[in-house]
Ligand binder design. Structure first.
Ligand SMILES: [Zn+2]
Ligand SMILES: [Zn+2]
Length: 302
């Protein structure tokens, strides 16, 4: 686990980045701190992932991701506290309107609301569930789903750390996460061999994937795969697929300044202007949530 001190230094560097809305930096810093605290509280508890080592090995061989929510015990996991803390953070720094957040907060106190089901549905990306919940509590559905993902994310990151060795040794060639099955949110081109590494949008596991293939629709026709960047010397670019109109941002570590710590979650925020550009061009990334800022002017400082 990267330490809070290291992450904080990297987040604070974003204060000087005019392309990142400052309230988003504050939001992200608070969110990350709450998620790390949640993980610290659970670190020494026994978490059961519900499958044996031979079963895991077989799954890796078959190209099936390891974790299945139906086998994971969620009892006693303090999701309520994290949910409330994220609501507070949302209220403090935006984004989103505060009436929505007031209703979100009430949601968790509502007796018909089951937080364990909520986080499970978020991890399973049950769109139908979020549509129903959105109607029931009059809260924007996408907002709810984002909140669900952020509440369950640190739990999955902990589970992923338990199976890290199994994943490292496996020959995984799929475009989705070997641990939880979610799609990549961001990519890096490694310094040494230039391998393309993906980071999972849910559990943050990293895995290698072919460089010239779209991870979303598996298109490998180089005519319809391309990338764009804002500045040629910059380590950041956007890989787009014209076949499915999806994109993934990439950090080219070979172009990164020497000694810089690459924390993809922070790089993801540092390059939010590229998400806005991609959205304006009609591309989307299924794991990326933009809080509606893609509709606002590019350089916004608070
Ligand atoms: Zn994952
Ligand atoms: Zn595609």
């Amino acid at each position: 686990m990267v330490s809070w001190d290291t992450i904080e230094v990297e987040i604070e560097l974003l204060r000087k980045n005019e392309h990142v809305p400052q309230e988003l930096v504050s939001f992200f810093k608070d969110l990350t701190r709450h998620q790390l605290e949640f993980k610290k509280n659970l670190e020494n508890k026994r978490l059961s992932i519900g499958i044996s080592s031979p079963e895991m090995a077989q799954k890796m061989k078959d190209g099936v991701h390891l974790l299945d929510f139906t086998h994971i015990t969620l009892e006693g996991v303090p999701f309520e506290d994290l949910f409330r803390n994220i609501c507070d953070t949302l209220e403090k720094y935006g984004p989103g309107d505060s009436d929505d957040i007031q209703r979100l907060r009430k949601t968790v106190n509502d007796t018909s609301f089951d937080i364990r089901e909520f986080v499970r549905k978020a991890a399973e990306r049950d769109v139908h569930y979020f549509e129903l919940l959105s109607r029931e509590f009059e809260v924007d559905g996408e907002h709810l789903q984002y909140l669900g993902i952020q509440t369950v994310k640190p739990f999955f990151e902990l589970l992923a750390s338990k199976v890290m060795n199994t994943v490292k040794d496996a020959k995984w060639v799929e475009p989705f996460c070997p641990v939880c099955g979610h799609e990549p949110i961001m990519a890096a081109l490694e310094k040494e061999e230039g391998r393309r590494i993906f980071q999972c949008s849910l559990c943050s596991t990293e895995w290698a994937f072919r460089r010239l293939q779209c991870p979303y629709c598996l298109n490998d026709d180089h005519e319809t795969l391309r990338f764009f960047f804002v500045d040629e010397g910059s380590p950041y670019r956007v890989d787009v697929c014209d076949a499915c109109k999806r994109y993934i941002k990439t950090v080219d570590e070979r172009k990164m300044e020497e000694g810089k710590e690459v924390i993809l979650a922070v790089e993801n925020l540092a390059t939010i202007f590229l998400d806005i550009l991609a959205a304006q061009e009609g591309f989307r990334n299924p794991g990326q949530y933009l809080f509606g800022i893609e509709e606002e002017p590019l350089a916004r400082n608070g």
